[in-house]
Design a protein around this ligand. Structure first.
Ligand code: SAM
Ligand code: SF4
Length: 468
Protein backbone atom coordinates (compact mmCIF):
# COMPACT_ATOMS: atom_id res chain seq x y z
CA UNK A 1 0.00 0.00 0.00
CA UNK A 2 1.34 3.47 -0.84
CA UNK A 3 1.96 5.60 2.24
CA UNK A 4 0.04 8.90 2.36
CA UNK A 5 2.19 12.02 2.53
CA UNK A 6 2.00 14.57 5.28
CA UNK A 7 1.35 18.07 3.84
CA UNK A 8 4.42 20.26 3.39
CA UNK A 9 3.00 23.26 5.22
CA UNK A 10 6.35 24.96 5.79
CA UNK A 11 6.40 26.60 2.35
CA UNK A 12 4.84 30.04 2.60
CA UNK A 13 4.45 31.27 -0.99
CA UNK A 14 2.95 34.57 0.06
CA UNK A 15 5.99 35.48 2.18
CA UNK A 16 8.34 34.51 -0.66
CA UNK A 17 6.52 36.43 -3.38
CA UNK A 18 6.14 39.48 -1.12
CA UNK A 19 9.93 39.53 -0.76
CA UNK A 20 10.57 38.97 -4.46
CA UNK A 21 8.21 41.79 -5.46
CA UNK A 22 10.35 44.31 -3.56
CA UNK A 23 12.59 45.52 -6.34
CA UNK A 24 14.00 48.66 -4.63
CA UNK A 25 17.72 48.40 -4.02
CA UNK A 26 18.62 47.95 -0.34
CA UNK A 27 20.43 50.79 1.44
CA UNK A 28 24.22 50.17 1.41
CA UNK A 29 24.37 50.75 5.18
CA UNK A 30 21.77 48.02 5.76
CA UNK A 31 23.65 45.62 3.46
CA UNK A 32 26.94 46.28 5.27
CA UNK A 33 25.23 45.64 8.63
CA UNK A 34 24.21 42.24 7.29
CA UNK A 35 27.77 41.52 6.20
CA UNK A 36 28.99 42.44 9.70
CA UNK A 37 26.42 40.12 11.26
CA UNK A 38 27.40 37.29 8.90
CA UNK A 39 31.06 37.69 9.84
CA UNK A 40 30.03 36.82 13.42
CA UNK A 41 28.86 33.42 12.02
CA UNK A 42 25.33 34.08 13.20
CA UNK A 43 23.60 33.26 9.93
CA UNK A 44 20.88 35.40 8.36
CA UNK A 45 17.11 35.53 8.71
CA UNK A 46 14.59 35.10 5.90
CA UNK A 47 14.17 38.87 5.46
CA UNK A 48 17.91 39.44 5.47
CA UNK A 49 18.40 36.80 2.79
CA UNK A 50 15.67 38.45 0.70
CA UNK A 51 17.55 41.76 1.01
CA UNK A 52 20.74 40.21 -0.35
CA UNK A 53 18.88 38.44 -3.15
CA UNK A 54 17.67 41.84 -4.37
CA UNK A 55 21.22 43.23 -4.37
CA UNK A 56 22.42 44.39 -7.82
CA UNK A 57 25.14 46.92 -6.98
CA UNK A 58 28.50 45.59 -8.33
CA UNK A 59 30.58 47.05 -5.49
CA UNK A 60 28.35 45.59 -2.78
CA UNK A 61 28.22 42.29 -4.66
CA UNK A 62 32.04 42.18 -4.53
CA UNK A 63 31.78 42.83 -0.76
CA UNK A 64 29.30 39.97 -0.55
CA UNK A 65 31.95 37.68 -2.07
CA UNK A 66 34.62 38.98 0.32
CA UNK A 67 32.36 38.34 3.29
CA UNK A 68 31.48 34.84 2.10
CA UNK A 69 35.17 34.16 1.65
CA UNK A 70 35.91 35.27 5.23
CA UNK A 71 33.14 33.02 6.59
CA UNK A 72 34.26 30.07 4.47
CA UNK A 73 37.88 30.48 5.60
CA UNK A 74 36.96 30.81 9.26
CA UNK A 75 34.93 27.60 9.31
CA UNK A 76 36.35 25.42 6.55
CA UNK A 77 39.86 26.81 6.08
CA UNK A 78 41.10 25.72 2.67
CA UNK A 79 39.66 22.18 2.92
CA UNK A 80 37.60 20.59 0.19
CA UNK A 81 36.09 17.19 0.84
CA UNK A 82 36.30 14.87 -2.19
CA UNK A 83 33.80 12.20 -3.21
CA UNK A 84 32.74 10.10 -6.22
CA UNK A 85 29.18 9.31 -7.27
CA UNK A 86 28.32 5.67 -8.00
CA UNK A 87 25.24 5.09 -10.17
CA UNK A 88 23.98 1.56 -9.57
CA UNK A 89 20.83 1.58 -11.72
CA UNK A 90 19.28 3.90 -14.30
CA UNK A 91 15.88 2.16 -14.33
CA UNK A 92 13.14 4.50 -13.22
CA UNK A 93 9.35 4.56 -13.04
CA UNK A 94 9.15 8.36 -12.87
CA UNK A 95 8.83 10.92 -15.60
CA UNK A 96 11.00 13.91 -14.59
CA UNK A 97 11.12 16.12 -17.71
CA UNK A 98 14.78 17.08 -17.17
CA UNK A 99 16.27 13.63 -16.47
CA UNK A 100 17.53 11.07 -19.00
CA UNK A 101 16.49 8.23 -16.65
CA UNK A 102 12.74 9.03 -16.99
CA UNK A 103 10.64 5.96 -17.87
CA UNK A 104 9.55 7.10 -21.34
CA UNK A 105 13.09 7.85 -22.58
CA UNK A 106 13.56 5.15 -25.23
CA UNK A 107 17.03 6.48 -26.13
CA UNK A 108 18.47 5.42 -22.79
CA UNK A 109 20.37 2.19 -22.51
CA UNK A 110 19.03 0.69 -19.22
CA UNK A 111 21.47 -0.94 -16.82
CA UNK A 112 21.15 -2.29 -13.29
CA UNK A 113 24.50 -3.40 -11.88
CA UNK A 114 24.80 -6.79 -10.24
CA UNK A 115 26.53 -6.95 -6.85
CA UNK A 116 29.67 -8.25 -8.63
CA UNK A 117 29.57 -5.30 -11.01
CA UNK A 118 29.12 -2.90 -8.09
CA UNK A 119 32.21 -4.41 -6.42
CA UNK A 120 34.16 -4.03 -9.70
CA UNK A 121 33.12 -0.35 -9.99
CA UNK A 122 34.07 0.29 -6.37
CA UNK A 123 37.51 -1.25 -6.90
CA UNK A 124 38.18 1.23 -9.70
CA UNK A 125 36.99 4.10 -7.50
CA UNK A 126 39.10 2.91 -4.54
CA UNK A 127 42.14 2.60 -6.83
CA UNK A 128 41.64 6.23 -7.84
CA UNK A 129 42.02 7.07 -4.13
CA UNK A 130 38.44 7.85 -3.09
CA UNK A 131 37.13 7.05 0.42
CA UNK A 132 33.65 8.52 0.13
CA UNK A 133 30.88 7.50 -2.24
CA UNK A 134 27.54 8.98 -3.14
CA UNK A 135 25.42 6.01 -4.26
CA UNK A 136 22.68 7.02 -6.72
CA UNK A 137 19.77 5.12 -8.31
CA UNK A 138 16.62 5.73 -10.30
CA UNK A 139 13.30 5.00 -8.56
CA UNK A 140 12.45 1.50 -9.72
CA UNK A 141 11.54 -0.14 -6.47
CA UNK A 142 7.78 0.20 -6.05
CA UNK A 143 7.83 -2.09 -3.03
CA UNK A 144 10.33 -2.62 -0.29
CA UNK A 145 11.34 -6.03 -1.69
CA UNK A 146 13.48 -4.45 -4.34
CA UNK A 147 14.86 -2.04 -1.75
CA UNK A 148 16.77 -5.12 -0.60
CA UNK A 149 18.89 -4.56 -3.71
CA UNK A 150 19.82 -1.10 -2.46
CA UNK A 151 20.66 -2.34 1.05
CA UNK A 152 22.77 -5.15 -0.40
CA UNK A 153 24.62 -2.66 -2.64
CA UNK A 154 25.66 -0.63 0.43
CA UNK A 155 26.91 -3.82 2.10
CA UNK A 156 28.88 -4.71 -1.06
CA UNK A 157 30.48 -1.25 -1.20
CA UNK A 158 31.63 -1.37 2.44
CA UNK A 159 32.92 -4.94 2.02
CA UNK A 160 35.05 -4.23 -1.08
CA UNK A 161 38.80 -3.72 -0.58
CA UNK A 162 41.72 -3.00 -2.88
CA UNK A 163 45.31 -2.58 -1.67
CA UNK A 164 45.34 -0.16 1.28
CA UNK A 165 42.01 1.27 0.25
CA UNK A 166 38.36 0.95 1.14
CA UNK A 167 35.24 3.11 1.06
CA UNK A 168 34.70 4.56 4.53
CA UNK A 169 31.49 6.49 4.03
CA UNK A 170 28.56 5.71 1.74
CA UNK A 171 26.16 8.60 1.25
CA UNK A 172 22.96 7.78 -0.58
CA UNK A 173 20.81 9.68 -3.07
CA UNK A 174 17.68 7.63 -3.69
CA UNK A 175 13.99 8.43 -3.86
CA UNK A 176 12.01 9.25 -0.69
CA UNK A 177 11.03 6.30 1.54
CA UNK A 178 8.54 5.67 4.33
CA UNK A 179 9.91 5.88 7.90
CA UNK A 180 10.28 2.10 8.33
CA UNK A 181 12.41 1.78 5.21
CA UNK A 182 14.50 4.76 6.31
CA UNK A 183 15.18 2.85 9.54
CA UNK A 184 16.49 -0.07 7.48
CA UNK A 185 18.59 2.30 5.37
CA UNK A 186 20.10 3.79 8.52
CA UNK A 187 20.90 0.30 9.78
CA UNK A 188 23.03 -0.21 6.64
CA UNK A 189 25.45 2.39 8.03
CA UNK A 190 24.86 5.20 5.56
CA UNK A 191 26.46 8.60 6.06
CA UNK A 192 24.21 11.30 4.59
CA UNK A 193 20.81 10.66 3.07
CA UNK A 194 20.49 13.11 0.20
CA UNK A 195 17.38 14.03 -1.76
CA UNK A 196 16.80 17.15 -3.83
CA UNK A 197 13.43 18.86 -3.87
CA UNK A 198 14.21 19.88 -7.49
CA UNK A 199 11.75 22.79 -7.15
CA UNK A 200 9.86 23.99 -4.08
CA UNK A 201 7.32 25.69 -6.37
CA UNK A 202 4.29 23.39 -6.28
CA UNK A 203 2.82 24.38 -9.65
CA UNK A 204 6.12 24.06 -11.52
CA UNK A 205 6.83 20.81 -9.70
CA UNK A 206 3.54 19.37 -11.02
CA UNK A 207 4.43 20.37 -14.59
CA UNK A 208 7.87 18.72 -14.60
CA UNK A 209 6.79 15.58 -12.70
CA UNK A 210 3.64 14.55 -14.55
CA UNK A 211 3.57 10.84 -13.60
CA UNK A 212 4.95 8.29 -11.16
CA UNK A 213 5.50 8.30 -7.38
CA UNK A 214 7.56 11.44 -7.66
CA UNK A 215 4.56 13.46 -8.91
CA UNK A 216 3.39 13.67 -5.26
CA UNK A 217 4.88 17.00 -4.18
CA UNK A 218 4.13 16.53 -0.48
CA UNK A 219 5.70 13.06 -0.37
CA UNK A 220 8.94 14.60 -1.59
CA UNK A 221 8.81 17.87 0.34
CA UNK A 222 8.37 15.98 3.64
CA UNK A 223 11.04 13.37 2.91
CA UNK A 224 13.51 14.75 5.44
CA UNK A 225 10.87 14.71 8.17
CA UNK A 226 10.59 10.94 7.67
CA UNK A 227 14.35 10.41 7.35
CA UNK A 228 15.05 12.36 10.55
CA UNK A 229 12.18 10.66 12.35
CA UNK A 230 13.89 7.37 11.45
CA UNK A 231 17.08 8.62 13.13
CA UNK A 232 19.06 9.69 10.05
CA UNK A 233 20.43 12.97 11.32
CA UNK A 234 22.77 13.86 8.44
CA UNK A 235 20.50 14.83 5.59
CA UNK A 236 21.36 16.68 2.38
CA UNK A 237 18.93 18.92 0.50
CA UNK A 238 18.99 21.17 -2.57
CA UNK A 239 17.03 22.56 -5.48
CA UNK A 240 17.89 21.55 -9.04
CA UNK A 241 18.87 24.99 -10.31
CA UNK A 242 17.26 25.91 -13.61
CA UNK A 243 13.78 24.46 -13.14
CA UNK A 244 12.32 27.59 -11.56
CA UNK A 245 13.43 31.04 -10.34
CA UNK A 246 16.55 30.52 -8.19
CA UNK A 247 15.53 33.40 -5.90
CA UNK A 248 12.31 31.58 -5.03
CA UNK A 249 14.20 28.32 -4.48
CA UNK A 250 16.68 29.91 -2.05
CA UNK A 251 13.92 31.44 0.08
CA UNK A 252 11.78 28.28 0.04
CA UNK A 253 14.80 26.15 0.92
CA UNK A 254 15.41 28.46 3.87
CA UNK A 255 11.84 27.82 5.04
CA UNK A 256 12.60 24.10 4.72
CA UNK A 257 15.76 24.50 6.83
CA UNK A 258 13.90 26.49 9.52
CA UNK A 259 11.20 23.83 9.59
CA UNK A 260 13.76 21.04 10.20
CA UNK A 261 15.55 23.13 12.83
CA UNK A 262 12.30 23.75 14.67
CA UNK A 263 11.16 20.16 14.49
CA UNK A 264 14.44 18.28 15.03
CA UNK A 265 16.77 20.88 16.56
CA UNK A 266 19.11 20.59 13.58
CA UNK A 267 19.02 21.62 9.94
CA UNK A 268 20.52 19.74 6.98
CA UNK A 269 24.14 18.58 7.09
CA UNK A 270 24.67 19.63 3.47
CA UNK A 271 23.11 21.70 0.72
CA UNK A 272 23.83 20.84 -2.92
CA UNK A 273 23.73 23.35 -5.73
CA UNK A 274 23.40 21.29 -8.93
CA UNK A 275 22.69 23.22 -12.12
CA UNK A 276 20.69 21.55 -14.88
CA UNK A 277 22.90 19.73 -17.40
CA UNK A 278 22.10 18.48 -20.90
CA UNK A 279 20.83 14.89 -20.82
CA UNK A 280 20.39 12.23 -23.55
CA UNK A 281 16.97 12.33 -25.25
CA UNK A 282 15.96 15.33 -23.13
CA UNK A 283 15.31 18.80 -24.55
CA UNK A 284 14.16 20.38 -21.26
CA UNK A 285 17.53 22.03 -20.61
CA UNK A 286 17.45 23.74 -24.00
CA UNK A 287 13.98 25.17 -23.43
CA UNK A 288 13.88 26.16 -19.75
CA UNK A 289 13.54 29.93 -19.17
CA UNK A 290 15.12 29.71 -15.70
CA UNK A 291 18.75 28.88 -16.52
CA UNK A 292 21.01 30.21 -13.77
CA UNK A 293 23.82 32.42 -15.08
CA UNK A 294 27.34 32.16 -13.65
CA UNK A 295 26.92 35.55 -11.97
CA UNK A 296 23.69 34.49 -10.21
CA UNK A 297 25.18 31.09 -9.35
CA UNK A 298 28.10 32.72 -7.51
CA UNK A 299 25.76 35.14 -5.78
CA UNK A 300 23.47 32.39 -4.51
CA UNK A 301 26.41 30.37 -3.20
CA UNK A 302 27.79 33.40 -1.35
CA UNK A 303 24.35 34.19 0.12
CA UNK A 304 23.92 30.59 1.30
CA UNK A 305 27.38 30.59 2.90
CA UNK A 306 26.41 33.67 4.95
CA UNK A 307 22.97 32.28 5.77
CA UNK A 308 23.93 28.81 7.06
CA UNK A 309 27.66 29.08 7.81
CA UNK A 310 27.99 25.62 9.38
CA UNK A 311 26.19 23.68 6.66
CA UNK A 312 28.41 21.92 4.09
CA UNK A 313 27.87 22.96 0.49
CA UNK A 314 28.38 20.54 -2.40
CA UNK A 315 29.06 21.08 -6.08
CA UNK A 316 30.22 18.77 -8.83
CA UNK A 317 33.22 19.15 -11.11
CA UNK A 318 30.84 19.63 -14.04
CA UNK A 319 31.32 23.37 -13.55
CA UNK A 320 34.22 25.05 -15.41
CA UNK A 321 37.55 25.44 -13.58
CA UNK A 322 37.06 29.23 -13.41
CA UNK A 323 33.61 29.00 -11.79
CA UNK A 324 34.79 26.24 -9.43
CA UNK A 325 37.78 28.26 -8.26
CA UNK A 326 35.56 31.13 -7.20
CA UNK A 327 32.93 28.80 -5.69
CA UNK A 328 35.56 27.02 -3.56
CA UNK A 329 36.64 30.38 -2.18
CA UNK A 330 33.18 31.69 -1.36
CA UNK A 331 31.36 28.70 0.00
CA UNK A 332 31.68 25.23 -1.48
CA UNK A 333 33.12 22.66 0.95
CA UNK A 334 32.65 19.36 -0.96
CA UNK A 335 33.18 18.41 -4.58
CA UNK A 336 33.04 15.28 -6.70
CA UNK A 337 35.86 14.29 -9.03
CA UNK A 338 36.54 11.66 -11.67
CA UNK A 339 32.75 11.21 -11.93
CA UNK A 340 30.70 8.92 -14.16
CA UNK A 341 26.90 9.20 -14.22
CA UNK A 342 26.23 5.95 -16.12
CA UNK A 343 25.98 2.65 -14.21
CA UNK A 344 29.20 0.74 -14.96
CA UNK A 345 30.95 3.89 -16.22
CA UNK A 346 34.09 3.53 -14.08
CA UNK A 347 34.95 0.05 -15.28
CA UNK A 348 34.17 1.02 -18.87
CA UNK A 349 36.56 3.94 -18.26
CA UNK A 350 34.65 6.21 -20.62
CA UNK A 351 31.24 7.51 -19.63
CA UNK A 352 28.52 6.40 -22.08
CA UNK A 353 26.20 9.36 -22.68
CA UNK A 354 23.37 7.03 -23.78
CA UNK A 355 23.19 5.39 -20.35
CA UNK A 356 24.20 8.53 -18.38
CA UNK A 357 21.92 10.67 -16.29
CA UNK A 358 23.46 13.82 -17.70
CA UNK A 359 26.62 14.92 -19.48
CA UNK A 360 29.73 15.11 -17.33
CA UNK A 361 31.74 18.12 -18.51
CA UNK A 362 34.88 17.19 -16.60
CA UNK A 363 35.89 13.56 -17.13
CA UNK A 364 39.47 13.91 -15.82
CA UNK A 365 40.61 11.29 -13.31
CA UNK A 366 40.77 12.15 -9.62
CA UNK A 367 44.57 12.62 -9.77
CA UNK A 368 44.29 15.51 -12.26
CA UNK A 369 41.49 17.18 -10.28
CA UNK A 370 43.37 16.78 -6.99
CA UNK A 371 46.49 18.33 -8.53
CA UNK A 372 44.52 21.27 -9.88
CA UNK A 373 42.78 21.80 -6.53
CA UNK A 374 46.09 21.65 -4.65
CA UNK A 375 47.62 24.12 -7.11
CA UNK A 376 44.66 26.43 -6.44
CA UNK A 377 45.74 26.35 -2.76
CA UNK A 378 42.92 24.11 -1.44
CA UNK A 379 43.51 20.92 0.55
CA UNK A 380 41.68 17.92 -0.92
CA UNK A 381 40.31 16.07 2.12
CA UNK A 382 39.36 12.39 2.16
CA UNK A 383 38.24 12.56 5.77
CA UNK A 384 35.30 10.47 6.96
CA UNK A 385 35.94 10.83 10.70
CA UNK A 386 32.87 12.68 11.99
CA UNK A 387 30.27 10.15 11.08
CA UNK A 388 32.41 7.23 12.20
CA UNK A 389 32.92 8.91 15.58
CA UNK A 390 29.21 9.64 15.86
CA UNK A 391 29.69 13.39 15.33
CA UNK A 392 26.51 13.78 13.26
CA UNK A 393 23.42 15.97 13.46
CA UNK A 394 23.40 18.23 16.53
CA UNK A 395 26.67 16.69 17.84
CA UNK A 396 28.44 17.86 14.68
CA UNK A 397 26.91 21.31 14.98
CA UNK A 398 27.96 21.53 18.65
CA UNK A 399 31.53 20.72 17.66
CA UNK A 400 31.49 23.02 14.63
CA UNK A 401 30.06 26.07 16.34
CA UNK A 402 32.74 26.80 18.93
CA UNK A 403 35.38 26.61 16.17
CA UNK A 404 36.61 23.19 17.37
CA UNK A 405 36.38 22.06 13.77
CA UNK A 406 39.86 23.58 13.27
CA UNK A 407 41.45 21.03 15.58
CA UNK A 408 39.67 18.08 14.03
CA UNK A 409 38.95 18.75 10.38
CA UNK A 410 42.22 20.50 9.47
CA UNK A 411 44.49 17.73 10.83
CA UNK A 412 42.19 15.06 9.42
CA UNK A 413 42.27 16.73 6.01
CA UNK A 414 46.06 16.77 6.00
CA UNK A 415 46.43 13.16 7.23
CA UNK A 416 43.96 11.79 4.67
CA UNK A 417 45.51 13.92 1.92
CA UNK A 418 48.92 12.51 2.88
CA UNK A 419 47.42 9.02 2.64
CA UNK A 420 46.20 9.87 -0.87
CA UNK A 421 49.63 11.19 -1.88
CA UNK A 422 51.43 8.12 -0.51
CA UNK A 423 49.11 5.55 -2.11
CA UNK A 424 47.66 6.98 -5.30
CA UNK A 425 49.17 10.23 -6.55
CA UNK A 426 51.21 10.63 -9.73
CA UNK A 427 54.69 12.19 -9.22
CA UNK A 428 53.45 15.66 -10.35
CA UNK A 429 50.45 15.53 -8.01
CA UNK A 430 52.63 14.31 -5.16
CA UNK A 431 55.01 17.25 -5.65
CA UNK A 432 52.13 19.77 -5.72
CA UNK A 433 50.53 18.10 -2.68
CA UNK A 434 53.70 18.00 -0.56
CA UNK A 435 54.22 21.70 -1.22
CA UNK A 436 50.65 22.43 -0.15
CA UNK A 437 51.04 20.44 3.07
CA UNK A 438 54.21 22.37 3.97
CA UNK A 439 52.43 25.68 3.38
CA UNK A 440 49.39 24.71 5.44
CA UNK A 441 51.40 23.34 8.34
CA UNK A 442 53.31 26.64 8.45
CA UNK A 443 50.00 28.55 8.59
CA UNK A 444 48.60 26.47 11.49
CA UNK A 445 48.55 27.63 15.11
CA UNK A 446 50.72 25.74 17.63
CA UNK A 447 47.86 23.57 18.90
CA UNK A 448 46.86 22.52 15.38
CA UNK A 449 50.48 21.68 14.57
CA UNK A 450 50.79 19.54 17.71
CA UNK A 451 47.83 17.51 16.51
CA UNK A 452 48.53 17.40 12.77
CA UNK A 453 52.27 16.73 12.60
CA UNK A 454 52.25 13.33 14.38
CA UNK A 455 49.23 12.27 12.32
CA UNK A 456 51.01 13.02 9.06
CA UNK A 457 54.17 11.27 10.33
CA UNK A 458 52.10 8.18 11.24
CA UNK A 459 50.65 8.00 7.72
CA UNK A 460 54.12 8.41 6.19
CA UNK A 461 55.37 5.55 8.30
CA UNK A 462 52.66 3.25 6.95
CA UNK A 463 49.66 3.67 9.27
CA UNK A 464 46.32 4.24 7.52
CA UNK A 465 42.98 5.77 8.47
CA UNK A 466 44.48 8.15 11.03
CA UNK A 467 41.95 10.64 12.40
CA UNK A 468 40.86 12.62 15.47
N1 SAM B 1 15.84 9.01 -8.52
C1 SAM B 1 16.10 9.66 -7.29
C2 SAM B 1 15.48 11.02 -7.22
O1 SAM B 1 15.08 11.54 -8.24
O2 SAM B 1 15.42 11.52 -6.12
C3 SAM B 1 17.56 9.81 -6.97
C4 SAM B 1 18.53 9.80 -8.06
S1 SAM B 1 18.39 11.14 -9.22
C5 SAM B 1 19.34 10.38 -10.42
C6 SAM B 1 19.46 12.35 -8.44
C7 SAM B 1 19.29 13.78 -8.85
O3 SAM B 1 19.80 14.00 -10.15
C8 SAM B 1 17.91 14.31 -8.94
O4 SAM B 1 17.39 14.60 -7.67
C9 SAM B 1 18.09 15.55 -9.81
O5 SAM B 1 18.24 16.72 -9.02
C10 SAM B 1 19.40 15.31 -10.54
N2 SAM B 1 19.24 15.43 -12.00
C11 SAM B 1 18.34 14.82 -12.78
N3 SAM B 1 18.48 15.24 -14.07
C12 SAM B 1 19.50 16.14 -14.10
C13 SAM B 1 20.10 16.94 -15.12
N4 SAM B 1 19.67 16.91 -16.38
N5 SAM B 1 21.11 17.77 -14.76
C14 SAM B 1 21.55 17.82 -13.48
N6 SAM B 1 21.01 17.10 -12.48
C15 SAM B 1 19.99 16.27 -12.77
FE1 SF4 C 1 14.03 8.95 -12.05
FE2 SF4 C 1 15.33 10.47 -10.25
FE3 SF4 C 1 15.73 10.79 -12.90
FE4 SF4 C 1 13.45 11.51 -11.87
S1 SF4 C 1 15.47 12.39 -11.36
S2 SF4 C 1 13.68 10.30 -13.76
S3 SF4 C 1 13.15 10.00 -10.29
S4 SF4 C 1 16.23 9.03 -11.68
Amino acid sequence: MTAVAEQATYINDQAIFDCLSRTAQPEPARVRDLFAKAREMQGLTFDEVATLIALQDPELTEELFHTARAVKEEIYGSRLVMFAPLYISNRCTNECSYCAYRASNRELHRITLTQEEIAAEIKVIIEQGHKRILMVAGEAYPNSNSLEYVYKAIETIYATRSGNGEIRRVNVNIAPLPVDDFRKLKACGIGTYQCFQETYHRETYAKVHPRGRKSDFDWRATVMDRAMEAGIDDVGIGPLLGIYDWRYEVLAMLQHIHHLEERFGCGPHTISVPRLEPAAGTDFTATTPWKVSDADFLKLIAILRLTVPYTGMIMTTRESAEVRHKCFQIGISQTSAGSRTDPGGYELAAGDFNSSQFAVGDTRPLDAVVREIAQMGFTPSFCTACYRLGRTGTDFMDMAKPGEIKYHCEPNALSTFTEYLEDYASPETKAAGEQLILTHIAEMDAKQQRIAKPMIAAVRSGQRDVFV
